[in-house]
Design a protein around this ligand. Structure first.
Ligand SMILES: Cc1ncc(COP(=O)(O)O)c(C=O)c1O
Length: 400
């Protein structure tokens, strides 16, 4: 007779994995997909990605790489050609003077951020994080064991972050400050003066700064700026960049970091034990993007400005909705708190949920970005789609 065995105890995962949550933006995408599969026509303002196709010359370079059998492993941190192209782009556009040894290519900007934060942050370290923040910053810091010190910004000041606000939160345990200008989700752009001041004070106190510049080319002011031009403060500076938004390449997964050579070397060590190199053929496409004509970037930026103006005007015309003017990225972050207490809506999550299920418009509730009164609207879509979504929102909110 087979002996009776006891059931295995319930699966116990690491304490580490329980510190984090799935990305709020990806959760919305999944729910919208489910509705679509039921045949429902959803207007999608949830996805954080360009609606443009990847420019042809970049696609051609990827195809040529496949045809030319550039399909083997490469150096973990990317080919020398790609790392040089990253350095070149930043030197030309932002007057930085990085060397190849100070650049690493990763599987998206998120991967570069993840690696840098795992290396810089120890258990109990404090990380200053401006609110509203991009969803992943908080979870990546938590996964590393760090404590996020949240820095509230003021909506009436366009969510602007100043150096004085950062200074107030610095303690002896501060290890890292995260900047993200232009910001996802608010579109706020920091001034050159404030960024310089944050870099100066971090430099003086030996605090690291990660400047997430994934939207640096989608800055709609005349003040496009990268901290990379502040060469004198580079010792504790990490620039994270990505081809995802700049060149409409989200699915290709190519991001990078520029930082002191010792940190880049540690990031390569970590990467060597997880993903190894970013996909070889994508690296060839990335070189074409970074070294080829930049007119596509200029053209997409001009279109985003048109879309931004259109969506902000549309949102502001809905009674009860307030909306700041985003100065970069491709998100509007309207305040919808006027609807709380009406029709069973008591939070941004309630509102976004009803908006999706009842009006079939996908947005992301502000809770995922650390604020309670907003929803995020991605306007990287066509003017016609913006009109359809705004009109559905107007009827739905009017009925509450
Ligand atoms: C602020 C910010 N940083 C980084 C990323 C990561 O982009 P990717 O991993 O596609 O390069 C995103 C993507 O939404 C973002 O919004």
């Amino acid at each position: 007779m087979t002996p009776v065995t006891e059931a295995a105890p319930a699966l116990k995962f690491s304490e580490r994995i329980n510190r984090i949550e799935p990305s709020a933006t990806l959760a919305v995408t999944a729910e919208a997909d489910k509705l679509r599969q039921q045949g429902i026509d959803v207007v999608d303002f949830g996805a954080g990605e360009p609606h443009f196709a990847t420019p042809q010359h970049i696609k051609d370079a990827g195809i040529a790489a496949i045809q030319g059998n550039f399909t083997k492993y490469t150096a973990v941190g990317g080919t020398a050609e790609l790392r040089d192209a990253i350095v070149h782009r930043h030197a030309v556009d932002f007057d930085s003077d990085y060397r190849r040894e100070e650049a690493v290519a990763s599987v998206g900007g998120k991967h570069a951020l993840f690696n840098a934060i795992q290396i810089l942050v120890e258990h109990g370290d404090e990380v200053i994080l401006p609110v509203p923040y991009w969803v992943s910053f908080k979870d990546i810091v938590r996964y590393a064991g760090g404590n996020c010190v949240l820095l509230a910004t003021d909506e009436s000041q366009n969510f602007r972050l100043t150096a004085a606000m950062v200074t107030r939160l610095i303690t002896p345990r501060t290890k890292l400050i995260i900047l993200n200008s232009p910001s996802n989700p608010s579109g706020a752009v920091m001034s050159r003066e404030d960024m310089t001041e944050v870099m100066r004070l971090a430099h003086e106190r030996g605090i690291w700064v990660i400047s997430d510049e994934c939207y640096v080319y989608l800055n709609y002011t005349e003040r496009r700026f990268s901290v990379g031009s502040l060469r004198e403060f580079r010792e504790h500076m990490v620039i994270v960049g990505s081809l995802s938004k700049t060149y409409a390449m989200t699915g290709w997964r190519l991001g990078y970091a520029l930082a002191p050579a010792a940190l880049i070397s540690a990031m390569q060590k970590l990467q060597s034990q997880s993903t190894s190199n970013p996909t070889s053929i994508v690296q060839k496409a990335a070189v074409a993007a970074l070294k080829g004509p930049q007119q596509c970037v200029t053209d997409m930026r001009a279109e985003y400005i048109r879309l931004r103006d259109h969506v902000v005007n549309g949102l502001r015309s809905i009674p009860g909705v307030q909306c700041t003017l985003p100065e970069g990225a491709f998100y509007a972050y309207p305040n919808i708190s006027a609807f709380f207490g009406r029709g069973g809506v008591n939070s941004a999550a309630d509102l976004a949920g009803k908006l999706l299920r009842e009006a079939h418009v996908a947005t992301v509730p502000g809770e995922g970005f650390g604020t309670t009164d907003h929803i995020r609207i991605s306007y990287a879509t066509s003017l016609a789609e913006l009109d359809r979504g705004i009109s559905r929102m107007r009827s739905f909110l009017g009925s509450l």
